[in-house]
Design a protein around this ligand. Structure first.
Ligand code: ADP
Length: 421
């Protein structure tokens, strides 16, 4: 039967009297004294003596028993922070009690068992240690030493529980923050998808009437509907050139909106690299002529056959060439086709304004432009290079850029040997 103390009234909070939620410092000693202690010793006199020492030292929650069969039920009723356990007892001995309580002791993290024993042999110590004991005190023991050991073990338990609770709190915060970030990310992705869809729908809507405007302006310009005065001719030419400018811009937005991850399929086929380059130069020839820029194709010494989607390669080259034309006030634009054993590279070089080193990292971002879009002279939505990047990614091609402010730029796109036939 229990000697002295008795279990506290009402169901004890799980995991002992030490509050893992509270901080450590202000009343550490009070917390240690508030700890619950279970004492099991088959000698009633020992139980009374130890209880007396502990109560005098300020420990209020001490439950003792000299009947070892009560140890496990008392443990569950009392939820101690520390167990003082005799080893040699009739019936259930200290080893058996530790064995029965092993799951609880292990699950707790740090539940100290202080063994009080007359048998201080190495073998007894080893057995007790392997069953979860944390410390030993040989009988007969010194009261001060007993108090010190108890104090230290409880102190360590308190620190341990505070640490565990802080860890738990941190983990909780990390979990909350991660889930907030996931939500924010999916909201941002949703918004980005909505924006892209809007761009795509608007571009389609704009393209239809624009095609009508351009074709009618060209029809009038060709004078099949009747002769035009010089002024009228100039007017329709302007309508059609402004129309083409808008049409290009809309195409750029559509290309951007149908970037990587869309349903558009790759259509790989064999083609000659230099021929494709020459075709792209032909498309931008009039824009270059308008600015008196020379366009030069530097082909490889021998024909180079490639196997990839030529429409997308053409789109990349056209974007790079029209940038080169846009940002080169005078001089030459060169399109080189280079062949090495492992790759084919298209390189668009210009003698233009160049790009400052601090801007080179951002030029591929959508809508990003070196100059303020509201004040700059050149047109464009800032999407050309981002389209180049998404198309290159889709084709598995590598991009490169070298540039010197005031001296010109060179953009390259490289296809590995596997894409060349
Ligand atoms: P856009 O040409 O429509 O402005 P891009 O995405 O094609 O958009 O290019 C982004 C920016 O990179 C351009 O606004 C320009 O500032 C810079 N840039 C691109 N190509 C060149 C080039 N060849 N020479 C100088 N600057 C360039």
């Amino acid at each position: 039967m229990p000697v002295g103390g008795g279990p506290p009234s009402g169901p004890p909070p799980s995991g002992g009297a030490i509050d893992p939620e509270s901080g450590l410092l202000p009343d550490l000693d009070d917390r240690i004294r508030a700890a619950r202690i279970l004492l099991v010793d088959d000698e009633p006199a020992n139980v009374r003596f130890i209880e007396h020492i502990l109560r005098r030292a300020g420990y209020a929650e001490v439950v003792g028993t000299s009947d070892s069969s009560e140890a496990v039920p008392l443990f569950h009723a009392h939820k101690p922070d520390l167990i003082l356990l005799d080893l040699q007892m009739p019936g259930l001995d200290g080893f058996a009690i530790m064995e029965r309580l092993r799951p609880e002791i292990t699950a707790d993290g740090f539940l100290p068992v202080l063994v009080l024993t007359g048998d201080t042999s190495a073998e007894a110590k080893q057995r007790a240690l392997s069953r979860g004991a944390m410390d030993f005190l040989g009988k007969p023991f010194d009261a001060v030493e007993l108090q010190l050991r108890i104090h230290n073990l409880l102190h360590t338990r308190l620190l341990h529980r505070a640490l565990a609770s802080q860890n738990q709190e941190l983990e909780e915060r990390v979990r909350e923050r991660t889930s907030e970030l996931h939500e924010a990310l999916s909201r941002a992705e949703e918004a980005s998808r909505a924006k892209t869809k809007f761009l795509s729908v608007m571009s389609h809507e704009l393209r239809t009437p624009l095609t009508g405007i351009i074709s009618h302006a060209e029809l009038l310009g060709s004078e099949v509907c009747g002769p035009l005065t010089t002024l009228q001719h100039e007017g329709v030419t302007r309508i059609s050139s402004a129309g083409w400018h808008l049409a290009n811009l809309i195409q750029e937005i559509l290309d951007f909106a149908s970037g990587v991850g869309t349903t558009e399929k790759l259509r790989p086929e064999s083609f000659d690299a230099a021929e494709l380059a020459s075709e792209a130069l032909g498309i931008v020839a009039s824009a270059a002529a308008e600015r008196s820029l020379r366009l030069t194709l530097i082909p490889p010494p021998e024909a180079v056959s490639m196997f990839t989607d030529p429409t997308r390669v053409r789109r990349i080259l056209l974007n790079l060439l029209s940038n080169a034309i846009k940002f080169t006030p005078r001089g030459e634009i060169r399109l080189r086709v280079l062949r090495t054993a492992a790759a084919v590279t298209f390189r668009v070089e210009d003698d233009g304004i160049g790009i400052a080193p601090e801007h080179l990292g951002r030029i591929w971002d959508p809508f990003w432009q070196v100059e303020d879009p509201l004040t700059r002279r050149e047109g464009g939505a800032g999407l050309g290079l981002s389209v180049v990047r998404s198309q290159a990614q889709l084709l598995g091609a590598a991009l490169g850029v070298e540039s010197r402010l005031g001296a010109g730029s060179a953009f390259s796109v490289t296809f590995r040997a596997a894409q060349n036939a």
